[in-house]
Ligand binder design. Structure first.
Ligand code: CP
Length: 312
């Protein structure tokens, strides 16, 4: 079976069949990753360029590991050490890289739409590794995959996404992915960090963390994206007040009288949106998310590569 898409720019246009296909391929690759030899040479003849115009730890390492474990040739590009610093445009940078016969581009960029823009101007397959406040599709996939692994299914589960929804590409990809798989989704945070009209996506909105936690099976805690908040416009009075109202602590969890699954896409700001005790506690699947990221990215790249050529 093949994906319905040439590129992976967003979860929004994917079908449930696409997501199920990625998950079943990721199941197979997860089994490979638990073997002593963690490689399958499926993408031996494919060259992948990882173009990171924005900082990343997890996504960048995870994509690179996924590509290498599939046997692809990999080149890495970081904007901070490139000719972008000398004024080169995105399209000139990318065209120069593609002239070196690259088959697939994995790109992170601060501008929403940058990956779509690129996909309309290149023959290479484009994979979005996070474009501004738009989407982070492989994060949405790995989060839903991790819920399925922990709870046995996504369908029927109640997931609350807590924090800075306005600036979060992770939130949007999670909303689309979880809903396509049959979960109920709620967003929770201060009014200023919840986009107006987000209910039109079919999500519930809650401004009280305690009520949100009482409702959910899973809480996905997001970081406050201070780097995306316009300078001089306060979204909330202080980080201390934010933590008081929306920070997840062990005391809050203990007050629930039930177990819930705790997630975080990283990077964590310990002591702000989540306490260390909760992040490192028994209900946390934060490191399982990171582990599953490699299998999900292997599966995504492998399936997208079917559109480039026959892969063994
Ligand atoms: N989750 C995530 O995108 O982390 P990085 O910014 O470290 O890639």
């Amino acid at each position: 079976m093949k994906l319905s898409t040439k590129h992976l720019i967003a979860i929004e246009p994917l079908t449930k069949t696409d997501i199920d296909l990625i998950f079943s391929q990721a199941d197979e690759f997860k089994e490979v990753l638990n073997r002593p030899i963690k490689k399958v040479p499926s993408l031996r003849d494919i060259t992948v360029a990882n173009l990171f115009f924005e900082n990343s730890t997890r996504t960048r390492l995870s994509f690179e590991l996924a590509e290498k474990r599939l046997g692809a040739d990999v080149v890495n590009f970081s904007a901070s050490t490139s000719s972008v610093k000398k004024g080169e445009t995105l399209i000139d940078t990318v065209n120069n890289i593609l002239a070196m016969k690259v088959d697939m581009v994995v790109m992170r960029h601060a501008s929403p739409g940058a990956c779509q823009f690129l996909s309309e101007r290149t023959n290479a397959v484009v994979v979005n590794a996070g474009d501004g406040t738009h989407e982070h599709p492989t994060q949405g996939l790995l989060d839903a995959f991790s819920i399925r692994e922990k709870l046995g299914a996504v369908k029927g589960k109640k997931v609350v996404i807590v924090g800075d929804i306005t600036h979060s590409r992770v939130a949007l990809s999670n909303i689309y992915c979880l809903q396509k798989l049959g979960a109920e989704v709620m967003v929770c945070g201060p009014t200023t960090l919840i986009p107006k009209h987000i209910e039109s996506l079919g999500v519930k909105v809650e401004h009280n963390l305690q009520r949100a936690l009482e409702w959910c099976d899973v809480a996905n805690m997001l970081r406050i994206q201070l780097e995306r908040q316009d300078a001089g416009i306060p979204y909330f009075p202080s980080l201390r007040e934010y933590t008081e109202l929306f920070g997840l602590t062990q005391d809050r969890l203990n007050s629930l009288g039930k177990e819930i699954v705790i997630m975080h896409p990283g990077p964590i700001n310990r002591g702000v949106e989540i306490s260390s005790e909760v992040a490192d506690g028994n209900n946390s699947i934060i490191l399982n998310q990171v582990e599953n990221g490699v299998a999900i990215r292997m599966a995504s790249i492998f399936l997208l590569a079917q559109g480039i050529k026959r892969v063994s």
